[in-house]
Design a protein around this ligand. Sequence first.
Ligand code: VG1
Ligand code: CO
Length: 543
Amino acid sequence: TRILTVPTQPIDGQKPGTSGLRKKTKIFMGPHYLENFTQSVFDAIGGVAGKTLIVGGDGRYFNDRAVQVILRMAAAGGAARVIVGQGGLLSTPAASNLIRKRGADGGVILSASHNPGGIDEDFGMKYNGANGGPAPESVTDQIYARTQDLREYRILETEDLDLSRLGETRLAETVVEIVDPVADYAKLMGELFDFDAIRNLFTGGFTMRFDAMHAVTGPYAKAILEGILGAPEGTVVNGTPSPDFGGGHPDPNPVWAKALMDEMFAKDAPDFGAASDGDGDRNMIVGRGIYVTPSDSLAVLAANATLAPAYAKGLSGIARSMPTSRAADRVAEKLGIEIHETPTGWKFFGNLLDAGRVTICGEESAGTGSDHVREKDGLWAVLLWLNILARRIEPVSQIMAAHWSEFGRNYYSRHDYEAVPVERANALVQRLRDITPDLPGQQFQGMTVASADDFAYHDPVDGSVSRNQGIRISFTDGSRVVMRLSGTGTEGATLRVYLERFEPDASRHDLPVDEALAPVIAAAEEIALIREFTGRNAPDVIT
Ligand code: VG1
Ligand code: CO
């Protein structure tokens, strides 16, 4: 083996988005692409010499090749130790846990999350720091800057490692340790939740379906739900990770997890249904005959968290991303704890979690998590729900009805317009920015705008400011419209329109969501001229 120094040129567009760098797989497979970005990450963190890194991914196409390259580059950089999930697999929350548990300096996670996988689909890579969380903007800015002046990278010339064999081996001076991707994570879950109560729930005949969507949570869910907790075999479906996720979108929402939705709304539906995404950080929760929106799930988990041992002493605070509904705010208010509104993306929760200001966080995009790791955590949310169900012994529908009657219901939906030509999407947003200052006081669909701005986040912990995080328009009746462009897509622009309406009256908590939101949807169109700008008559995806 010897270390090669390979001359290279900066490659355009290696700018990390909401969650790392995401591109078409073929772009990542192009000459020097992965190597350039990896070297830029290593350089931006001051090199990897003597450091310990965690490496793993969600098993999508090219995951195995990319892990080998990263290992060789880490060895060339003189890393002391690299801990890799067996087969190159690690869910995002499991990677976060390993970084923390093993005191690593950071980790590289290979995933494009809920985006489809395969040679013609998407691939991604992100760097997490020593706290286990996604690198903050200050670091991703440095990574991007480095991609723009990179002239060479270093890589060890050697054969591929056999990633299927547990244990330690060496690449030059670097110890490579291959670990069971599930073991430490399963142990952590056992420390947080009342596994005995959940086991009793299953023994009592409680039925559940977990759709792993052919993605990374399959092995985790099988080991924990069917193994440790005794749920019957077959509880977990689509449980074997496949490089193209069975040809589907591993995105746990009513559109892409339609099979699960159909089952949960059929006669003889199981008591409880859940799904997770490509890299295991998202979750979808469905009761028999009732879909729980992620925003509501965050609120219910926060309101009931003390039923789980890890949270029995109460929460220090709650954080939600700005577009997430304000259902959680009502819970925080009642509990008398802090509530924080952050920009979209888990990296913005890191400081609040590290500072102990918040215990639970969530995003409307099916992400929920707590201070046990520094990523959102799909199975964690499912297990917290199970813990609550094991203690309350009530159907999900009853828990939701009781929650809404206590706190009021925030009707909520997100409309996505995908693969819109970039210039059109930018023009829409630019026009919105221009008219925002004039919106307060104006009426749309009988609702009066109370406030409107382009969200800027002032991090209360480190004082950093993140601007232009999305247009928010609040109405005097508690309704709200938020619009922003996605930072995870790989084709054109995706416009996300987030719609919310508060309903305090319990006799009006059973309306179809689109009906309850009709005036808000119409107001969004009236204000933003979505049809005109996108050329679309309707959203591509409604969640
Ligand atoms: C989306 C979601 C955001 C989430 C991000 C990463 O970002 O809206 O809430 O944090 O994906 O999730 P955007 O910029 O496309 O709206 V995952 O599961 O991809 O790590
Ligand atoms: Co994800």
